[in-house]
Each structure stands twice: as C-alpha cells, then as structure tokens.
Design a protein around this ligand. Structure first.
Ligand code: PLP
Length: 508
C-alpha cells in the first residue's frame, strides 16, 4: 500500500485543512502505516489458502504446456474439481448463487448448450436462430413485466422492447449509458447525475464511475425502503434518472416504486426499476396472492427495467434482460460505426462476439419452465423463506431487517453478527455479509426448498448464536475483515484492501 499516493489522492479531494491534518497524521505515524500494511498482509495471507485451495493437489499451468494433454485426463481433472465444489451449492448451503440446480434441469441446459455451442449473435447471417431466441426472450420478459401485447410486434417502433445482456450488471450499465446519451441529446445535459438509494446495487456506482455520471446516494427509511422525500429533494436539472429496486439485494425489500416513478415522470426524467433479483419472482408472487407493490411497466413512469434470467429465470449464468419503455430510448444504447475498414459494424451491447448458446439456453429454460413452472417454483421459495423468517424471529438475539419476502437479512443488537456468519461457515453455510448496518443475508432459492434444508439452517443458526454468545472473542475468517473495514477511518484504505484481494485471485 502506498500511503504517499493515498495522501496525494486525499489532498486532491478533501478540504485542505482536513487533508493536511490527515497527511500529517499519517506522515508522522509510520507506525500506523506499517500497522495497517501489516494488518492487510496478515489478512490476505490467511485468505490465500482459502482462495487457492488446489495448489497442492493439482498441477499448475503458468504457461501453455509444451505438449497438449489428453482430453480424457483434462475432463477427469475438471470433474474432480467440480466434485469438490458441487456439494456445497447443490445441497443448499449457499445464499443465492445457484437458483435452480436440479440435476434434470442442469442436464437440459447442458444439452441445449451442446447443440448451440458455436453460435454467435454477432453473425446474424450464420445464426438467425440467435435473433429468434433473443427477441423472444425479450418479448416474454416484457409481457411478464407489464407490457401489452404490442411488444410482440418485433421491430415495431412502439411498445416495450429490450435486449439480452450478459448479466444484471451489464443491464444496469447499459441503462445508465442509455440515459446519459438520451439526456445529452434530448435535454442538453452535459454533467449528468443519477439518484440512487443506498441499498441499490453496486452496479450503479460502477456505471457512474465508468460513464462519468455523478451519483447521488439517497438514504433508506426505517423500513429499509428508499426515502421518497430525500429523492424529491435530490432531483436537479442535471438529473437524468431515478432508480428503485424490486427488491434490493441487501435487504430484499421493494422500494416505493410507484411514488418514485411518478416523481420521475412529473420531472421528465427516466426511472429505472432494478428487478434483477425480483423480475422473475414478483410477478408470480403477485399471482399467488402475496402483497406485491407495483414495480413494472404498468406504472407509466417506469422507463426501463433490468431482470436477470440467470437468477430466478433459471437460465444458465450469463444472461439478463434490459427492457425500455420504447425503442427511441433503446436506440441510445446501440453502437454503430459506418467507416471502419472492417465493414459496417453494429452491436446492441458492450460485447462484440457473444455466446449464442447462453441465449439459446435461456430461451429453452423459459419455455420449458412455463408460467406453471415459475408459479410452482415461486410458491416453494416463498414458503421456505417464510419458514426461515419464522425461525430467525424465534431467536431473541436476532432481528430481521425490514419486511422481506425471500431475501432475508438479519442482524443482532447483542452479538457480532459476522461471528455468527463465521460459525455458520464452519457448518458449510455460505451467507452474504452486509454492512451499514452490520448484518448477513440468506437469499432463498430452489436449493433451499429441498427436504430438510430450512430445518438444518435454523438448527445451525441457533447453534451459531449459542456459540457466539458463549465465545464472544472467538475470531473467524470474515469477522476480522468486516471489523477492520468498519473501523478504518480512511475509506480508500478499504478499497485498497479489496484491490489487493483481486490481485490475489489472479496470482497463479
Ligand atoms: C444480482 C443483482 C444485480 C447484478 O447482477 P449480476 O448478474 O451479478 O451482474 C443487480 N441488482 C440486483 C438487485 C441484484 O440482485
């Protein structure tokens, strides 16, 4: 870690008095500097074995081998790796991650992939099937999310439309780029800003950073849903779009999309519903009679929606859908160039070549499952989630944040919740650690609807709470990292730690 660079960065950004104070503090305290660096080294040293568990048992390929290996040997080795990793997610120990995961469904997706493995939507002449699959994925998703039948008319200038992307992050990045270019063209906004609840996905920060859009984070209310008043106060002439989540990733609660999107409509700015997580759950939950607030295109102010087919759409990883209110807006997403010696070139998303097989698998998943399949899956998930919520509520040391349907965040007012999470890790559970406030969540999927899984979770959670109550000073793997992250006053140091972690991932 380069404290000097860090200080230069700080001096550039902060009010000079504070910056000077910080600078002197660090300059005069090499002990602190060394301590932080040492702390990082210790943490990452501990993590290295966790991140790279195969170094001892498997050959390492730092360079292309001199002679190619036998296919069967490679398959056997990869099978061995997969066998080591499969039980954890397959048996329902993970939060989110694998949303369907039944063996028969996986086999079906694999079969579809095999048939389409060479397909590339960039080459529409070779694979017009890709365009068929993708246009139908978009149309099916749009119809599920409140579009009228006009969305069927492929290529029509009216009606809700969209494109298939590689995942939720790409859907969000594309939407934000679209609003930026739309606002520049239509409203002459050259310093765009978006208004985003703190609970909205990090992909909005990523979009802001990549596309030089200012991001205004607004707080959530006591129920963890976006604060509507704060949103109203945040809107300026530079605002290009407001964002709401249905539901948000951390706490699984749905923002007041109706009020927010109406506000956006009155002000003539875009409104994006991030339904990456809920797009393929909430419509079915509503049909099942659960209390689901409106979040989709039935609200006139909603101008775009992201919905992840690779989550509760039960497709293979690598697809999502970004929908727009009309194709005028969608056009700001497209890229075309007419003067490149390589020919007339266009692409709808960030990538050039794309894996057509993933779109094929997505299409196949959607029509194999059907409305009846999505309804049945959603019913099972929401029932399992209700059991888990009840189990958590029955543990006096814990409390649930907000009123979620199936992504259940819980914290504790008396125990270190990260120690609870660490204990659960020793029982093979893999939950998500969250902060501001400190809590963890379990995102319930079909994996948790298998017999015995919810019971096992509640049993292990009780044991974890018991253990932490009796051993409050026991230190696990993640608790010290979250502790450090929460206590470091200079936030860029935390970012520095994360960058070092990514470096570690790329270490052979
Ligand atoms: C998962 C998720 C995203 C991002 O999706 P990726 O597929 O991981 O890129 C965005 N928003 C919400 C609410 C999500 O749950």
């Amino acid at each position: 870690m380069d404290i000097k660079k860090l200080n230069e960065g700080l001096l550039g950004r902060l009010n000079p008095r504070i910056a000077t104070w910080l600078f002197n503090r660090f300059k005069n305290m090499p002990v602190v500097e060394r301590k932080v660096e040492q702390e990082f080294d210790n943490l990452l040293g501990d993590l290295e074995a966790v991140v790279k568990p195969y170094r001892q048992q498997f050959d390492i390929y730092a360079a292309i081998p001199d002679t190619g290996r036998e296919a069967s040997a490679i398959i056997a080795e990869m099978q061995a790796l997969s066998d080591l990793e499969q039980p954890k997610w397959k048996d329902g120990y993970a939060s989110g991650a694998v949303y369907h995961g039944d063996a028969a469904h996986i086999d079906f997706l694999n079969q579809v992939y095999t048939i389409n493995s060479q397909s590339n939507p960039l080459h529409t002449d070779l694979w017009p099937s890709s365009a068929k699959y993708e246009s139908e994925i978009v149309s099916m998703t749009a119809r599920m999310l409140g579009a009228g039948p006009q969305a069927d008319a492929a290529g029509s200038d009216r009606g809700i439309c969209g494109v298939v992307t590689s995942g939720g992050t790409e859907s969000i990045l594309l939407a934000m780029k679209t609003y930026r270019d739309w606002a520049r063209d239509q409203k002459n906004i050259t310093q765009p800003e978006i208004i985003v609840p703190v609970s909205a996905h990090a992909a909005f920060d990523k979009a802001a950073e990549y596309f030089k859009i200012d991001i205004k984070r607004i707080p959530v209310a006591a129920d963890y849903r976006a604060d509507v008043t704060a949103a109203r106060e945040a809107i300026t002439r530079r605002t290009i779009a407001l964002i709401g989540s249905a539901p948000c990733f951390p706490h699984g609660v749905v923002d007041p999309i109706e009020e927010l999107s109406e506000m956006a409509r009155e002000k003539g700015v875009g409104f994006h519903t991030d339904a990456c997580l809920g797009g393929f759950v909430l419509p079915w939950a509503e049909q099942l009679g659960y209390a689901v607030p409106l979040f989709d295109f039935r609200l006139p102010g909603v101008t775009s929606i992201s919905a992840d087919t690779h989550k509760y759409g039960y497709a293979a990883k690598g697809t999502s859908v970004i929908l727009y209110r009309n194709s005028d807006l969608r056009r700001y997403q497209y890229f075309t160039t007419t003067e490149w010696p390589g020919g007339l070139y266009f692409s709808p998303t960030f990538a050039g070549s794309r894996p057509g097989a993933l779109s094929a698998a997505c299409w196949a998943a959607m029509i194999k499952i059907g409305k009846d399949g999505y309804l049945a899956a959603t019913r099972k998930i929401l029932e399992a989630a209700a059991t888990i919520k009840k189990g958590i509520q029955d543990i006096p040391e814990l409390y649930i944040l907000g009123d979620p349907l199936w992504v259940i965040a819980f914290g504790s007012r008396t125990l270190d919740i990260y120690q609870v999470m660490d204990y659960l890790t020793t029982r093979r559970w893999s939950l998500n650690g969250l902060h501001h406030p400190a809590c963890v969540h379990l995102c319930v999927t079909l994996r948790h609807t298998q017999p015995g899984v919810t019971e096992r979770f509640i049993h292990d959670l009780r044991a974890a709470v018991d253990f932490v109550r009796k051993n409050p000073d026991h230190s696990g793997t993640m608790a010290p990292i979250y502790g450090l992250a929460a206590n470091l006053p200079v936030r860029s140091l935390v970012g520095d730690l994360l960058k070092r972690y990514i470096d570690l991932l790329y270490k052979v």
